[in-house]
Every structure is written in C-alpha cells, then in structure tokens.
Write a protein that binds this ligand. Sequence first.
Ligand code: AMP
Length: 504
Amino acid sequence: MTKQENANLYALLSRRFKERRDTVAIESPGGKRLNYADVERESARFANRLLALGARPGDRVAVQVDKSPEALCLYLGCVRAGLIYLPLNTGYPARELEHFFGDAKPRIVVCRPQDLDLVADLADQCGVDAVLTLGKAGDGSLMELPDPGDEFDTVVSRDEDIAAILYTSGTTGKPKGAALSHGNLGSNAVTLHETWGFCESDVLLHALPLFHTHGLFVACHCSLLNATPMLLLPKFDPDQVMDLLPRSSVFMGVPTFYTRLLANADFGRAQCANMRLFVSGSAPLLEQTHSDFFERTGHTILERYGMTECGMSTSNPLDGQRKAGTVGLPLAGVSLRIVDDGGSPVATGEIGQIEFKGPNVFKGYWRMPEKTAEEFSEDGYFRSGDLGMLDEDGYVSIVGRDKDLIITGGYNVYPKEVELCIDQLDGISESAVIGVPDPDFGERVTAVVVAQANESNEEAIITALRPLLAAYKLPKSVCFVDELPRNAMGKVQKNILRDRFTRP
Ligand code: AMP
C-alpha cells in the first residue's frame, strides 16, 4: 500500500498541517497555543507513548478526561497509531464505567487525576493493562513516561478499520458502542468541510464537549481539515463565548447554547459582526429560537441533523434557504428515505421512520452483530429510530424518536406536534410531551411545561390547545417544572420525565 492509499483518518486530517506549520491550531482561554507543527509533535508523542505501553493497532483506548488541547492531541495520537479511541463523558459514574470497560475491553484507560484510584480499581477488574492520567508529573500521568520522541509514521489503516467507538446514550437499555471507521469519519469530515464552505480566514469557536460526535468529529474535523485555528473553551460559558465571538467566524452549538446566549440582553450584532456561520444540532432547535436569533444578530442559524452511528446526514444549505424547524437536505453521498412500518417509502408530508445509507453510516455496534443486523433494512439502509417527514422541496423535519411516539387509545401522537403548539402559547418557555401508562388509553398524553408566568395553569393550557389539536392529541394533564432535564448535549431526557410523572 502506498502512502496515498493510507485511509488513516489522521493522514486525511493532517494533509495541510505541513504547509500550515506556524498557524495556530488550538488556542485555549489561558492563552495556551499549539500551532500545527505542535499538533503533529504532540500527537506523535502520544502515539509513541501508547505503543510503548504495549497497545497495538485495533486495541481500544478509553479516555475520560476534561476537555483540553492535550485531550485533542491524545485523540489524534490514538488515531495515528491505529488505536481505537473511546471517549467517555466525564459525568459517567463508576457503575457505568464498569459496563464500558467490560464491553469494550480497553487495553489502556486515561482518566482525570482525581478519578485515578477509582478508575484503576474498576479497570483492574476488567483486565485493563494500564491506567494513566493526562495530569501533571506525580499524577500518574502519561506525560511522565520517558519522552519517546516527536516523530511518528502514521499507521496505515484501511477505510473499514475502526477509528473510534462512541457509546450512544440509548435512553432505554444499556448503551451500545457505535463503531466508526476511518472511512466513516473521514468522508463525513470532507463532506461537512465542503458543505459549510470552510475557508482560509475561518476561526472556529469550540464550546462543545469532546466526548460526543458533535464536538469531537463535526467541529474538530472541519477545523483540522481546514488547518485554521480553533478557540477551544473548556466548556460552554455564555460570557466567554460573547467575549470570543468577535475573534471567530464559525460557532457550533446545541440549541441550549443559543437560548442561553439570547437570555443575555447584551448579546447581539456587536459580537457577531465577524461571524460567518452558526450551526445547531444534536437536539431540535425551536423555531422561536431560530427567529429570535435572526432578529437579534442578523444571522440565520444553520440546523443540521445527525447521530452517533452516522455522523451527520442532513444539513440546511450554506447558500439557499435555511428553513426553521427543518434539518435541511441530505448531505452529498447520503441517501435518505422515510418509510412506513412495512418499509415502504411514504408520500411527501407524511410521517415515517428516517433511514439512510452512505459512507457515513457506521460499521455496527461493538460486538453486537445481531443488534446491528436488526437496525439495517435488507437493502442496507440504517434505521435511525427517528420519525420525520419530507416537504415538497426535500427538506427533512424531525418529529421525534420512534420510542417517544405516544399511542393513546390506538391513536399515534407525535410529541413534537403537541410541543410546537404548547410552545407558541403566551407565557410558555418550552415543553416536553410524554406518554405515561394509563389503564384506559394505554398511554396518556402528558405535557411537562416550563412557564414564564405564574398565571399559566393546566386548564388554561388545555383550553388554548383545543382549537389547535385533535382531541386525542390534547394533553390529559399538564405538569409544571422549573426546567426540563437535559443531558450534556442539550437533549431533553424524556425517560427521566416519564419516570417522574408515571403515577405508581
Ligand atoms: P446522538 O447519537 O447523541 O448524537 O443523538 C442523535 C439523535 O439526536 C438523533 O437520532 C435525533 O433524535 C437527535 N437529533 C440530532 N440532531 C437533531 C436536530 N437537529 N433536530 C432534532 N433532533 C436531532
């Protein structure tokens, strides 16, 4: 195999690093800067260290660390060395780590210094060879290992070799490891880089976590492929984002980032004058947020849709209409269809399950061939589990997860439709509609509402909804909460609401 044929993702991402050696690659708020030559060196050091510890291509390296430039270089080092990177949310408690270690059987685990003892115990029970941290000397750090040199020949990988395993949230059952290949990640990176028009003058403001598709792959890959700077924030902080937007041109966020920015009366055109693109995804962006953001900043947020198993699959266009409430059009190379329960395509405007096929679609769930097979149609389409519809221009709207679908008295109720109606009522901030078990209806439509004003009450909401929705879609009860429970990616955790509002 010649060098050009190396499908290793790092070989692709780093193709412009040499000519941009002195360009800042990663800048963190403390003023720490790595240029592209540093990224090459640091990732080489990590690759050398991991191999020196005995890891070999195909071995898993589980990483549960805080977001930092080093963490990103560690990711790149794993990829270069042909190791399978397994990022873990720092919020996972020990009980969950046990599942990941037991399932993925990592050879090496890298964790935070404060978690070292606990993680080492668990890892020991699961046969992990080495547990290290990304901390300072004295912290059991990877950095303490003898300097192995900053040269490394990127391992030759095939397109189908696995580069990363990401455990997907799976609100029911145990999380499953989605195995993504060098080819999956590389093709999606190239498509997004092209679709979103990345250019020489771009600076990415990065406020997403590095353990999820959105922050690790979508955001970092676009910036690295472009070989331009990213401002890497340890976490999303609206004030910090407002300070740094004037130096940035691209920002990617989950909807909550946008609502939090809008909650600050000082946020507006002044901070966004230099911006070229705001991208939103991972959870539905309310049409209200879309229009409020436009009014306040003059920018139309570009919403896209994807999932751990497939990277990104659709995007609103860079040039052309960005339709609020839709996730845009299938990306180049992605074939998308919406099917009924029998697997036949539904008509425009009708709801069905979204399926897709393309180079972005993962290789399967880690060591779960049967589960993987269940998720694909006979002709090779991945069943996303999302319900959606196409409009006459081919734009996709997401209606909800199929497991969120409420079946009440034999009728299907799509929570999103009810939520949209509730959200437009005066005095309502947002809502989540769930089904709770009911002896009579099977499931009872229940609205969980965050209200701005105290005068909102159950009866007033149901009365206001009556002219908007068929009777079977009306919530039978309305519960008020101060805020909706969300995970780190801004997704409303409906499973928590279902548990909480299910009467014993
Ligand atoms: P994850 O695997 O954690 O990235 O979650 C993927 C799921 O998030 C998808 O299957 C959708 O249900 C949801 N999702 C992602 N992007 C959007 C979006 N723009 N609008 C609505 N739901 C989204």
